[in-house]
Design a protein around this ligand. Structure first.
Ligand SMILES: *[C@@H]1O[C@H](CO)[C@@H](O)[C@H](O)[C@H]1NC(C)=O
Ligand SMILES: *[C@@H]1O[C@H](CO)[C@@H](O)[C@H](O)[C@H]1NC(C)=O
Length: 291
């Protein structure tokens, strides 16, 4: 008998048991966030969340709601996705009006020189929230749902390409974190830090993330759900630290991974189910401060 094989079998059993016993006694939250929508990938993300019955937070760019000049079909799809986010109970956050594309020399948002001027702060807040308010005005939507869109979009902010945090917790703690190599060069990142500070001073919560489940533009996820689950378990066991404390894991993903690969959204369903089975609860970021 191969001793190593026996050892591995026992270790795997112990591991599985450990997951199930700690789950109930020590609740863990996952805040699953998806950035950059609505776009062609968003419906598949929404379908996955619906199938596994989880709620998530979408950080959106309102620019995607007005594409009539070049792609009316996509505009219609994006508007439908925005409605689904609201009606299916997800939270929405502010990822700036246009993902800072105005600062890009190639016409596509990238992590080089993403921020060039403190006036870039104008792309957050009203510029991003107002198109949604305009869109929902006159739609059949309950006041409570409408209020949640406006409130969460006006409160929860993420800066494209930066992992900066400014979050007041109910217990008095303030989570403050800057990522120094997220946006280059340093001068651009310094402006991003200044913008994060100013957004915080204006009463916003600025959220980065703890772990990213990477995807390739239009071509699906870079790792399987089992690989990603392994990473998540490391946080749960305290091998890796989360910024909001040991029981709160903010996951970053992107809608655009599924534009040409809807099959990979099934990986999400498997992950949601596996994480739930391991004792994780999925929450939206609007309750992060008090959870
Ligand atoms: C920042 O942008 C504003 C608005 O576009 C412009 O008026 C101002 O000159 C810019 N400032 C710098 C330092 O580039
Ligand atoms: C966080 O606390 C600061 C300082 O007390 C306050 O100015 C800011 O409005 C608070 N932000 C939120 C989102 O509550």
């Amino acid at each position: 008998m191969n001793v190593l094989a026996v050892f591995l079998a026992v270790a795997t059993l112990a591991h599985a048991e450990d997951l199930s016993t700690t789950a109930t006694s020590n609740q863990k939250y996952i805040y699953f966030t998806s950035d950059g929508g609505p776009n062609g990938g968003t419906p598949h993300v929404l379908d996955a969340a619906l199938e596994a019955d989880i709620k998530m937070t979408f950080f959106v760019n309102a620019e995607n709601l007005d594409l009539s000049s070049w792609n009316p079909r996509l505009e219609h799809l994006n508007q439908k996705s925005i409605q689904r986010m609201v009606f299916e109970g997800h939270a929405m956050g502010d990822l700036s009006f246009n993902h800072m594309v105005h600062n890009s020399d190639e016409g596509q948002s990238n992590p080089i020189n993403t921020y060039r001027n403190i006036s870039d702060i104008d792309y957050f807040g009203a510029m991003n929230v107002r198109p949604l308010v305009r869109f929902f005005t006159g739609k059949k939507i309950e006041r409570q749902q409408f209020g949640r869109v406006v409130i969460t979009m006006s409160k929860l902010v993420r800066l494209p390409h930066t992992d900066h945090w400014r979050v007041n917790m109910t217990n008095g703690d303030v989570i403050k974190h800057n990522c120094h190599a997220c946006t280059l060069p340093k001068a651009s990142n310094d402006i991003a830090i200044e913008i994060a500070d100013e957004l915080y001073n204006r009463g916003r919560s600025v959220f980065g993330w703890d772990v990213e489940w990477q995807s390739n533009w239009g071509r699906g996820l870079s790792t399987t759900y089992q690989e990603f689950m392994e990473k998540v378990v490391k946080f749960k066991k305290g091998f890796l630290a989360t910024k909001g404390g040991p029981n709160k894991l903010v996951v970053l993903t992107h809608d655009h991974g599924f534009i040409n690969n809807r099959e990979d959204a099934e990986q999400y369903v498997s992950f949601f189910k596996a994480a739930k089975a391991a004792g994780f609860e999925f929450r939206t970021l609007d309750t992060f401060h008090s959870d």
